[in-house]
Design a binder for this molecule. Structure first.
Ligand SMILES: NC(=O)c1ccc[n+]([C@@H]2O[C@H](COP(=O)([O-])OP(=O)(O)OC[C@H]3O[C@@H](n4cnc5c(N)ncnc54)[C@H](OP(=O)(O)O)[C@@H]3O)[C@@H](O)[C@H]2O)c1
Length: 321
């Protein structure tokens, strides 16, 4: 990864200050808000919320990497989860704030693996000032809490209701719906008021198309499951957010377009342009634009988005949901 901040900006305590100047300046400006009075109101407790860690499942994907870039730029340590260890190690070698956690979110073992990675970070609590000791600088301020958990693992299945292997539908559901619950179970004891539980669920779950049975059916289940989780966790002050991208300009979509073009005997560019044409803005979202929405959720005011779906599709949705 590139463009993370210098180590001096990498401390968890420096969060919030990316667009707001230095840490002190940023805090002063924040104190001019309603919470400056010291009252604990909805949207307050910003200092408390600036601590903790993030967990990102699907860390080495195009979207996962973009999310991690933005979260670490804000000073948040990230437990990065994916199956491939090499990709995770590469992420960690690029940024001190990334802790690799190789795990298959399609297996219950992932709950223990993510829990163990979080416990490993607990041991670093209070180790600020250790600049130069194997990249541990920047990890001060961890207090055992998970500030944000993000599910962005990819779905491995394609095909229509006619052509898809029914077992593949079950496998996709195990990863996206089952995996979402595994992430929840791994972090739930560390969620505090103001923590965010976030997932990506593609627009096909809301707007079915004839040839995408897997993403359609599985993402529909994810929308429903996220609403259930919002009902369970909202009363605890933990907010849930479903981010619904349409097709995005990513290597993943390039691979899908190549497969569709080969199946149809069409040119890849022609199929690509069909995707583009579905968005009234006339272009596809980028991975970084999707990650921007995740970063937005760090703001305390994002509490009010609890339980909702954010559409990140450059005008691709047709329904009024
Ligand atoms: N790209 C798009 O156009 C688009 C549009 C709408 C929705 N989405 C959704 O956004 C999410 C991410 O998309 P993307 O483009 O970033 O996908 P991607 O580039 O294919 O990355 C997928 C990520 O998920 C990880 N992963 C896959 N299976 C896993 C498993 N069983 N356990 C743990 N990690 C696993 C992969 O790493 P390993 O293979 O090493 O495990 C990789 O880090 C997906 O949920 C996708 O359905 C994407």
């Amino acid at each position: 990864m590139t463009d993370e901040p210098p180590a001096s900006q990498g401390a968890a305590g420096a969060a919030w200050t990316e667009e707001r100047g230095t840490s002190d300046e940023g805090r002063k400006r924040l104190k001019s808000g309603p919470e400056a009075s010291g009252k604990t109101e909805p949207g307050g407790e910003r200092e408390d919320r600036a601590s903790g860690v993030a967990v990102v499942v699907g860390a080495t994907g195009a979207i996962g990497q973009a999310v991690i870039r933005r979260l670490t730029r804000r000073g948040l340590p990230v437990v990065a989860v994916a199956r491939g260890k090499a990709g995770l190690d590469e992420l960690a070698s690029d940024c001190d704030l990334v802790t690799p956690c190789p795990a298959d979110i399609g297996s219950n073992d992932a709950i223990q693996a993510i829990g163990a990675a979080l416990t490993g970070l607990d041991g670093l609590d209070g180790l600020d000032g250790l600049n130069g000791l194997n990249g541990l600088n920047g990890l001060n301020g961890l207090n055992g809490t998970v500030r944000m958990a993000v599910f962005a693992a990819g779905l491995p299945v394609r095909g229509s209701a006619d052509s898809i292997d029914p077992d593949a539908l079950a496998a996709g559901s195990n990863i996206k719906a089952g995996g979402l619950l595994r992430l929840l179970h791994a972090v739930r004891d560390r969620l505090v008021p103001g923590s965010r539980f976030v997932t990506f669920a593609g627009s096909l779950g809301l707007e079915p198309r004839a040839h995408e049975a897997g993403p359609g059916a599985v993402n529909a289940a994810v929308f429903n499951l996220m609403r259930q989780i919002s009902l369970l966790y909202g009363p605890r002050g933990v907010t849930t957010h479903t981010l619904s991208p349409g097709p995005a300009d990513t290597p993943r979509l390039r691979r899908i377009v190549a497969a569709v073009a080969a199946e149809r005997g069409a040119a890849e560019e022609e199929v690509w342009q069909e995707y583009v044409a579905q968005n009234s803005l006339g272009r596809l979202p980028t991975a970084d634009e999707l990650a921007w929405a995740v970063e937005l959720l760090l703001d305390p005011e994002a509490d009010v988005l609890h339980g909702s779906v954010l559409y990140l599709d450059a005008g691709g949705h047709r329904g009024i949901h």
